[in-house]
Ligand binder design. Structure first.
Ligand SMILES: Nc1nc2c(ncn2[C@@H]2O[C@H](COP(=O)(O)OP(=O)(O)O)[C@@H](O)[C@H]2O)c(=O)[nH]1
Ligand SMILES: [Mg+2]
Length: 445
């Protein structure tokens, strides 16, 4: 049974309550934060998920499952997902002064992304006792595009709402824990809430005392094919994922997606083998009608370039299957999306293209998107001014973290590809080999 359609990423209402998940290593600091937002909701140093609720807010205070020695990490994660299903409005990572080394914080954010989905950072606030506990807050902010906030007496419901204003709710991607298992657990917990013995204001979900939760854990382990193995760095799944990097090209017909995909492959010296190329030509009807992927190997890493059809073409056949396939490529943590536009031809259909694509894919992509402007060969003038003068284009570029790049697809100069790939936010982490070889760009891959 699939529940995906009923849980569109952008329609999560939670009965109009603000749902907050609270993570962090120190139970004391988590409780302090929880109690500021919701008066006296948390008193225990609990080693399981505890919720505090009022008519306006629900907080899920999670135990420290970042700890490698955590006894029931899977169960805690499933509980957290069930209690905040289909995803929280706000995610707070409580970083206390004892656990505030930059590396520790980065590891924790990476783990949250790995467990729940990469886009969790869009809803994430890292909350510190004071901002000076971090050595390089700017680096962290730039790397993950998250908010860093310090603890204050004013922390309350409306401050938290303000942090989410204009933000969509996050939705779990259920890659590591199946949605069916999470829903089953949710139903068990919901039933328990209705029982007269249940203390409405403060709900503990203790895996050590709950036989049904043990059952759920067993089910989770048997039914979830890709259950997370807790050695985050060493797991095979993560090693495989770390070896794969996707570049996905999106946009309307005729903007130059296939030609740009070819330019990228040409930089990998594949031009000699024409069977490797995507079909690109001037045509009034779409030439690319299906998602097509070509994979090359670079320093033992698989780099897959994905050419896509125009998802806004009403004649596109099997459009749902196509967007589903495309989403799989975009969902990978190590993936980069290119929204391709033809320079000088920004059409009405392209106004709001980012939002429309996110809607079609039911996936936030802006954090990994670079706007790629083709036909650079015919362009004269200053690109910054060109973008500045065109509101919808400026809006798009800004929404993508001011990442844009100009391609001339009539030239196969690999430098333009290298410059493009360098604009991907975490490229130094994903493809460090590229950084090391920057001076040898003539043979990019
Ligand atoms: N001059 C020039 N033509 C380009 C450029 N990029 C794409 N084209 C041409 O634009 C047409 C449509 O490109 P194509 O890649 O098929 O677009 P798609 O439908 O988005 O895949 C083709 O004739 C390409 O040769 C470019 O940077 N400069
Ligand atoms: Mg094409």
């Amino acid at each position: 049974m699939s529940h995906k359609s009923s849980a569109s990423r952008y329609k999560v209402h939670h009965d109009n309550r603000l749902v907050i998940t609270l993570f962090g290593k120190s139970a004391e600091f988590r409780n302090t934060i929880g109690n500021k937002i919701l008066k006296n909701a948390f008193s225990h140093m609990s080693d399981c998920c505890v919720t505090g609720e009022s008519s306006t807010v629900k907080i899920i205070n999670t135990p420290d499952f970042f700890d490698e020695d955590s006894r029931f990490p899977d169960q805690h994660i499933i509980d957290c997902m069930a209690l905040s299903y289909p995803g929280p409005n706000l995610v707070i990572l409580a970083v206390d002064s004892k656990n505030s080394q930059d590396k520790e914080v980065i590891d924790q954010i990476n783990k949250l992304q790995y467990i729940f989905g990469e886009n969790i950072t869009a809803n994430l606030v890292v909350l510190l006792p004071t901002t000076d506990v971090l050595k390089s807050p700017h680096h962290l902010k730039k790397r993950f595009r998250i908010h860093l906030k310090s603890m204050s007496d004013k922390l309350n419901y409306s401050v938290c709402s303000g942090w989410c204003s204009g933000q969509w709710s996050f939705q779990y991607n259920f890659n590591n824990y199946s949605e069916d298992v999470v829903l089953k657990r949710k139903s068990t917990l919901d039933k328990r809430r209705c029982s007269p013995l249940h203390h409405q204001e403060n709900q503990r979900t203790n895996p050590q005392t709950s036989s049904s939760s043990q059952r759920t854990l067993t089910e989770a382990n048997t039914r979830t094919r890709r259950s997370v193995r807790w050695s985050f760095r060493g797991s095979r799944a993560s090693a495989e994922a770390n070896n794969q990097f996707n570049i996905v090209l999106l946009g309307l017909t005729g903007t130059g997606k296939s030609a740009s995909a070819n330019t990228i492959l040409a930089a990998a010296n594949l031009l000699r083998d024409s069977s490797q190329l995507f079909k690109s030509e001037l045509s009034s009807v779409p030439v690319t009608t299906k998602c097509e992927a070509k994979t090359i190997t670079f320093h033992k890493k698989r780099v897959t370039v994905v050419d896509t059809p125009d998802f806004f073409n009403e004649h596109l056949s099997e459009s749902k299957a196509q967007t589903d396939e495309c989403r799989k490529y975009c969902e990978l943590r190590q993936s980069m999306v290119l929204i391709v536009l033809q320079l000088g031809r920004f059409t009405d259909q392209e106004v709001g293209i980012l939002e429309k694509l996110e809607d079609k894919l039911s996936l936030g992509i802006r954090q990994k998107t670079v706007v790629l402007l083709t036909h650079g060969d015919g362009f004269r003038g200053k690109i910054e001014k060109f973008i500045d003068d065109r509101r919808p284009l400026k809006h798009l570029v800004e929404a993508c973290g001011n990442r844009y790049h100009v391609f001339n697809n009539t030239s196969k100069d690999p430098r333009q590809v290298l410059e493009l790939i360098k604009k991907f936010p975490d490229i130094d982490v994903f493809l460090p080999e590229l950084t090391e070889r920057r001076s040898h760009f003539m043979c990019l891959f």
